[in-house]
Ligand binder design. Structure first.
Ligand SMILES: Nc1ncnc2c1ncn2[C@@H]1O[C@H](COP(=O)(O)OP(=O)(O)OP(=O)(O)O)[C@@H](O)[C@H]1O
Length: 850
């Protein structure tokens, strides 16, 4: 009876859709229905969409019938129920988290106290800071103390990563994590590291290889949580610095001169709806954590740092790392595209104390000015002022759409425990209090205590929901496997049968929970909270609890959606990759090789795909090859510049492949840098350079191929100083970077431009963005990008770890003429650097951290 009614309705619908005037017969409708019913069902069963729910209903209805009660359809029904359950849990978790953050305040401020370092212990200094979990006590004098309150205080011994019950837990990061969850839920978010120079901002954000900081952990968490959700996300990565009020893209080769147009073409644009976009900022699509982490490593290397009186490797700019995420199939998210900003702010400093002058002074002033502007903006937001002075600095302009009521912000304020830094500590804590004060400042103790209880309950609920989600996901996985077995005809094992049995018993509980939650959300949440603590209409809207609110969110989201298109890239289309372009520029970051090149897109970016699999017959050719020279130029500007040493390539010196015993012989490592590099690369390429008539000459010869990793490890261990001849050469040499495969390609007359890179610092970077993304050098050269007093960017050296070696298929040598720029003592920076050779272990370690 029911099905007849449906058929009649269907006939009516079809008729009205087709606009037919004649009445369609039920026989015709029957036959259409049969056709529809017989259509193959192809769509993968991978989420909880309405289709599944319909299927569920239909299957339940048909259970009484004959043919739909099969195992396969039952599993599908169960899966649909589980997906629905997961969906419910997701919304509950999102809601609980938002309530929690509402109570905590959208701007949370933590304080981290730097430990006293080894050197400081032996001075006359004494710690002036005492702290408990939320308070900092500052001893201003013997009789006077000052008290500051924060959302959380990290003691000097608070470790970045700790081992708790055999599990690594990130102490600092765990406090930041709720913001990451909000980012997955579609909120814009900012995480700042603020503080006096040398107090550990970079340590907190970047960390070290053995104790990663907030940025790597946050990116990892983003990917994990996105994978755990039922949605598909598209992530893009960008990195820039704000140096002396100018935006610089850290993911494109930094030009040698800050006056270069490439360095200045980034500009902040605001669309009519308030969304902020940075024109020409390179945005690289990343599909997993490792890709993003590698990019972060690359960007960090190009950051402006310099030695100051306060910090040997002081960051002279604000470093902004942006991860944007887009999710099209989750209308309940706050925005379709949202951003997570992680910002390592430049160190605030008192000019009088640091005795900075010249460029260092200007940098310090620029940093202080923009920090002050940031404080003004956050303060205006906290006070809910009608005017928020975003336009007062580039930093706040860039963050306009990510700092505000509708965003989440965490600021970690860093202070030094030293007595001599007391003034700066007072300033930093004053800044932090100003940022935080209004939101929670005037609460009395009782109110605050109630709030704490409510927050603890909410947090507990979030955690509990998280566990439940994990359970459901496990169940889904099992059922999917079972379904797969069904489809492929594999017999279930007794254990699998038991699991399925168990799951079908669990499903009614899921349904129960769904109903319970529906009742919960219908009323106010959380019911036990006093009225002032319950979510406002606004926050309920934010949490998408009310249907009209969800509609509103959807409308809004279109306005904040980033302009992003995905294009198949010609050069790599064979490999099925894509290039995602944001506004003017965006790179897809796949495992294929990527190079920057002058004849590429508008922003001079070229994607190059080199064959991943080596052609076996090439090896022979390589063995027989002699005297190969690789040279390339990225920019026209550089093409016309005669300064590049690699253009002076007339000389040819036959390279003698070292014997195995030579490779292991440490004395062999005393040879010239380049020789060492390529000989180190498993005899694949031998390269020599010599000065002939005052000109640098370079010769590279391909030899035999063996595994590169093992031999490269030799380079890693080298700690010998360069000899005099090398030092001399470095004064005017340049950069070269190429892989064995590229050399082979060249040998076969393939595209020379795409096969190698490198004649200047820019090219060093092209060397970096390659399949394995490593620029490698000899141990005694470490990368440390500095900006000299005359504005030239200097890459002093490069560092790498043994882990890097494992995925290395490219070597770069950075020896740039800019290195010659002199320091205050009239010595070249490089010369000054070499005075310290051989570097002590501690020096190396110290440098590697930056
Ligand atoms: N919590 C910590 N534990 C161990 N070492 C730390 C900690 N915080 C800072 N350090 C060390 O102190 C030194 C300075 O730290 P860092 O470079 O991160 O300071 P910064 O605030 O970023 O300075 P700047 O603003 O000048 O860039 C580094 O050697 C770092 O390893």
């Amino acid at each position: 009876m029911e099905s007849r009614k449906r058929l009649r309705n269907l006939a009516d619908s079809i008729r009205s859709l087709l606009g037919l005037k004649t009445h369609l017969t039920s026989t015709w409708a029957d036959s259409v229905c049969n056709i529809i019913k017989d259509l193959p069902y192809e769509e993968p069963f991978n989420d909880y969409h309405i289709r599944n729910l319909n299927l569920k209903t239909q299957s339940f209805e048909d259970k009484d019938g004959d043919d739909l009660g099969t195992d396969g359809s039952m599993i599908q029904v169960d899966l649909a129920a589980l997906y629905a359950d997961l969906n419910t849990l997701n919304s509950c978790r999102r809601q609980a988290l938002n309530d929690y953050l509402d109570l905590k305040g959208n701007i949370r401020v933590f304080c981290r106290i730097r430990p006293i370092t080894e050197g400081e212990k032996f001075g006359t200094l004494r710690p002036v800071v005492a702290a408990d979990s939320c308070n900092v006590l500052l001893r201003l004098s013997e009789s006077k103390t000052k008290h500051y309150c924060f959302d959380k205080v990290f003691h000097p011994h608070s470790s970045q990563v700790v081992l708790v019950t055999e599990k690594l837990t990130a102490e600092v990061f765990s406090e930041v994590e709720p913001v990451i969850k909000s980012a997955v839920d579609g909120y814009n978010a900012c995480i700042f590291a603020y503080g006096q120079t040398g107090t550990g901002k970079t340590f907190t954000m970047e960390g070290k290889p053995d104790c990663p900081g907030i940025v790597p952990l946050a990116i990892e968490a983003l990917f994990k949580q996105a994978a755990d959700s039922c949605h598909s996300f598209l992530f893009t990565f960008s990195m820039l610095e704000i140096y002396m009020g100018n935006l610089r893209d850290l993911l494109i080769p930094q030009t040698a001169k800050s006056t270069d147009s490439v360095a200045q073409c980034l500009s902040v644009q605001k669309d009519p709806k308030g969304g902020i976009e940075i024109d020409n900022l390179v945005t690289i699509r990343v599909s997993d954590f490792n890709q993003a982490k590698r990019l972060y490593g690359l960007g960090s290397r190009f950051r402006s740092t310099a030695s100051t009186n306060s910090n040997k490797t002081s960051s002279r700019s604000h470093c902004l790392t942006r991860v944007s995420m887009t999710c099209f199939d989750a209308p309940e998210r706050r925005r379709e595209t949202n951003k997570l900003w992680m910002i390592d702010l430049g160190g605030s400093e008192r000019v009088l104390k640091t005795k900075a002058w010249g460029r260092r002074l200007d940098e310090g002033k620029a940093i202080n000015l923009s920090l002050s502007a940031l404080g003004d903006v956050i303060n205006a937001l906290q006070r809910r002022k009608s005017h928020v002075p975003y336009r007062n600095s580039k930093l706040t302009q860039v963050l306009t759409d990510s700092l505000g009521e509708d965003s989440k912000t965490v600021m970690v304020v860093h202070i030094s425990p030293k007595e001599e830094d007391l003034c700066e500590t007072v300033c930093s804590l004053g800044f932090a209090t100003r940022v935080r004060s209004v939101h929670l400042g005037n609460e009395d103790k009782e109110v605050r205590a109630k709030k704490e209880v409510a927050m603890a309950q909410l947090l507990q609920r979030v955690q509990q929901l998280e566990y439940e989600r994990q359970d459901v996901r496990k169940d889904i996985k099992k059922l999917k496997e079972r379904l797969h077995d069904q489809l492929t005809g594999t017999e279930p094992s007794p254990r699998e049968r038991m699991e399925v049995q168990y799951l079908s018993e669990r499903l009614p509980q899921c349904k129960e929970r769904e109903e319970r939650v529906n009742v919960d959300t219908a009323g106010s949440f959380p019911a036990k909270l006093p009225r002032f603590m319950r979510p406002t209409i606004c926050s309920r809207k934010k949490a998408s609890l009310d249907e009209p609110a969800a509609e509103w969110v959807r409308k809004r989201s279109s306005s904040v959606r980033a302009e992003s298109v995905t294009l198949p890239l010609k050069a790599i289309s064979d490999c099925g990759s894509e290039c995602s372009i944001s506004r003017t520029s965006c790179l897809s970051f796949t495992d294929y090789e990527t190079e920057y090149c002058n004849n590429a897109s508008e922003c001079e970016i070229k994607m190059v795909a080199l064959p991943q699999q080596k052609n076996p017959h090439r090896t022979n050719k390589v063995e027989s090859s002699k005297g190969l020279l690789l040279n390339n130029s990225l920019h026209d500007r550089q093409k016309t510049e005669p300064a590049n040493a690699l253009t002076n390539t007339s000389g040819r010196i036959p390279a003698i492949p070292p014997s195995q015993s030579q490779k292991k012989d440490r004395s062999f490592e005393h040879a010239t840098v380049r020789q060492l590099n390529f000989n180190g690369m498993s005899n694949k390429i031998s390269s020599r350079e010599e000065f002939n008539n005052g000109k640098l000459e370079k010769l590279t010869t391909l030899e035999k191929t063996t595994s590169p990793v093992e031999d490269l490890a030799i380079i890693d261990r080298m700690q010998h100083p360069p000899d005099d001849a090398v030092k001399k050469k470095l004064g005017s040499a340049s950069l070269s970077s190429f892989s064995v495969q590229e050399a082979q390609d060249l040998q076969e007359g393939l595209d020379a431009n795409s096969s190698c890179c490198g004649t200047s610092i820019d090219h060093a970077y092209s060397g970096v963005i390659h399949r394995k993304n490593i620029v490698m050098e000899t141990e005694w050269i470490e990368i440390d990008r500095r900006t000299s007093d005359d504005g030239a960017d200097i890459i002093m050296s490069n560092d790498f770890t043994t882990n890097d070696l494992e995925c290395c298929d490219r070597i770069s040598i950075i020896t740039n003429e800019n290195i010659c720029s002199t320091n205050q003592n009239g010595k070249s920076e490089l010369e000054a650097e070499y005075e310290n050779f051989p570097p002590k272990e501690s020096q190396l370690l110290n440098k590697k951290t930056k």
